[in-house]
Design a binder for this molecule. Structure first.
Ligand SMILES: COc1ccc(N2C[C@H](O)c3cc(S(N)(=O)=O)sc3S2(=O)=O)cc1
Ligand SMILES: [Zn+2]
Length: 260
């Protein structure tokens, strides 16, 4: 199994020991400073074509809860914006905090949100396999969506209602017919920059597209994520899955761009 986590001994500050790229030049997440983002006239709108029948399963991988998609063709893709061609949807997952604490990975002017949703896509035009794309500088495109605490989200219950079935690491269940379009905010204005995976192997292969407008979910719905465990059913140590986020990393020589 993986020898990394979010604890004191195996958490983000220790990842560089097994994954030296953790101290690389294009690591994610970052603190987004809106006033420093550069408007780029070459940046068009993003287009999301999410065909409902490509979702397959929902699983607990010991780090997050992940919904996997059938990425054998271009039914569900993101395109436009900073992307030169369509990128196929492979999975989405979440990062969140503890009760009442911040839990997003990207922050905005130093402020975090309660949680952050990542829709992971890969460049199937240039690369033949996901693994090849995941190690290429333009291989992945991750759409980041902030979750803000407030009223119940109308559709999130379709996910939170099944979390009890994937409570333990290594558990998975059917999750067909889910369209992630229902998790998008009304406005697709975004920031974009070149970054990395926010978990090991921390590959510097991600074109990040972070939406400015958060979606609103209730504390009750957020609390459902915390019934998940980092640990497997057989492990005696009950480790509640929470605070599974990496803190912001140095921007270094990168330019943050925006499409308002
Ligand atoms: C072989 O190389 C691999 C490349 C990637 C992965 N993945 C697992 C990672 O946890 C991970 C983290 C992502 S995040 N938080 O959106 O930046 S996306 C993602 S993943 O599903 O692509 C596994 C093997
Ligand atoms: Zn993520």
């Amino acid at each position: 199994g993986d020898h990394w986590g979010y604890g004191k001994e195996d958490g983000p500050s220790a990842w560089h020991r097994h994954y030296p790229v953790a101290k690389g030049s294009r690591q994610s997440p970052i603190d987004i400073i809106p006033d420093e983002a550069r408007r780029d006239s070459s940046l068009g709108p993003i287009f999301l074509k999410y065909d409902r029948c490509t979702s397959l399963s929902i699983a607990n991988n010991g780090h997050s809860v992940v919904v996997e998609f059938d990425d054998s063709d271009d039914r569900s893709v993101i395109q436009g914006g900073p992307l030169d061609n369509p990128y196929r949807l492979k999975q989405f997952h979440f990062h969140w905090g503890g009760k009442g604490c911040e839990g997003s990975e990207h922050t905005v002017a130093g402020v975090g949100y309660a949680s952050e949703l990542h829709l992971v896509h890969w460049n199937a035009v240039k690369y033949t396999t996901y693994e090849d794309a995941a190690t290429a500088p333009d291989g992945l495109a991750v759409l980041g969506i902030f979750l803000e605490q407030g009223d119940d989200h109308r559709w999130l219950h379709t996910i939170t209602d099944v979390l009890y079935m994937v409570k333990f690491k290594g558990s998975a269940t059917n999750f067909k017919g889910f369209n992630p379009k229902c998790l998008l905010p009304s406005n697709l204005h975004y920031w974009t920059y070149l970054g990395s995976l926010t978990t090991p192997p921390l590959h510097e292969s991600v074109i990040w597209i972070v939406l400015k407008e958060p979606i609103v979910v209730s504390e009750k719905q957020l609390g459902m994520f915390r019934i998940l465990q980092f640990s497997g059913e057989e492990e005696d140590q009950r480790m509640r899955m929470e605070n599974n986020f990496r803190p912001p990393q140095p921007l270094k020589e990168r330019i943050l761009k925006k499409r308002c």
